[in-house]
Design a protein around this ligand. Structure first.
Ligand code: IPE
Ligand code: IPE
Ligand code: MG
Length: 244
């Protein structure tokens, strides 16, 4: 008797998120924008936990863009302070949950104390294998590509797709399968420009502080419905037929 079982739903291995909407979440509640960012950290903690429970191996989040320096100084200072506090408070729970944290971005303009905090968190969690959490902080896709090209040029290496992608910040990982953006905007805002080439994009109106397990499941379910073709004709067309 033929099996009626549905093919197993595809699960993304690498999920990336533009965590947008913190400021609007706060403004709606007559709170200062930094209160939204604080709530955003809570939301990230919940999301990391949910990803570990769902067997997602890699999560890459956009926490601060190269362009976010153009915000008012008190908001930037609030975000820097929040990162320091989060580092101090969260490393123990990352350890408990088997989460390895890595930071991606230009650390040079950050304070020595913050740089040290980032490094210590990376070292403390380096042996964890359940989930790899990449936090893009002072990150921009253009920064990453330009930096990689400059590194190759300095070594006199020819710039090819292969050599350039090997120089990029996330070169040791597969490209994200799914990029989620919360907060209703439908743009990448300089996130993972190179790596997004064949990612499935998922946009939700939910503001980042409101993004919970149900929202994550909705994004994963939407991903499972997509047919990824990578420029080919898809899995239903045998290669011989495609070549003919
Ligand atoms: C995303 O939330 C967090 C950062 C960019 C640091 P926003 O601060 O951009 O929130 P909105 O988009 O103004 O609501
Ligand atoms: C993208 O959000 C950056 C982060 C979520 C860290 P922005 O709020 O900075 O993006 P734009 O300005 O709306 O494009
Ligand atoms: Mg925003």
């Amino acid at each position: 008797m033929p099996s009626l079982a549905q093919p197993k739903a595809m699960k993304p291995e690498h999920v990336a998120i533009v965590m947008d909407g913190n400021g609007r979440w706060a403004t709606q509640r007559f709170l200062p924008r930094v209160a939204g960012h604080r709530q955003g950290v809570e939301s990230l903690r919940r999301c990391v936990q949910a990803c570990t429970e769902r067997g997602i191996r890699m999560l890459t989040v956009f926490a601060f863009s190269s362009e976010n320096w153009t915000r008012p100084v008190d908001e930037v200072a609030g975000l820097m302070g929040l990162m320091s506090t989060a580092l101090a408070n969260e490393v123990a729970s990352l350890q408990r949950n088997g989460v390895r944290i890595r930071f991606v971005g230009d650390v040079t303009p950050l304070s020595a104390r913050l740089r040290d905090g980032l490094l210590q968190a990376e070292l403390a969690t380096a042996g964890n294998q359940r989930l790899l959490l990449n936090v893009c902080f002072n990150y921009g896709g253009r920064w990453d590509i330009a930096r990689a090209a400059a590194a190759l040029a300095e070594r006199g290496v020819a710039i090819t797709e292969a050599s350039l992608s090997q120089e990029l910040s996330l070169s040791d990982l597969p490209d994200p399968d799914l990029i989620v953006r919360t907060g209703g905007e439908q743009r990448l805002s300089n996130f993972l420009l190179w790596q997004a080439a064949y990612a499935e994009l998922y946009f939700t109106e939910k503001l980042w502080p409101e993004f919970d397990e149900t929202e994550l499941d909705a994004a994963i379910a939407a991903f499972a419905q997509r047919e990824r073709r990578f420029g080919g004709l898809g899995p239903d067309t045998p290669a011989v037929q495609r070549a003919a």
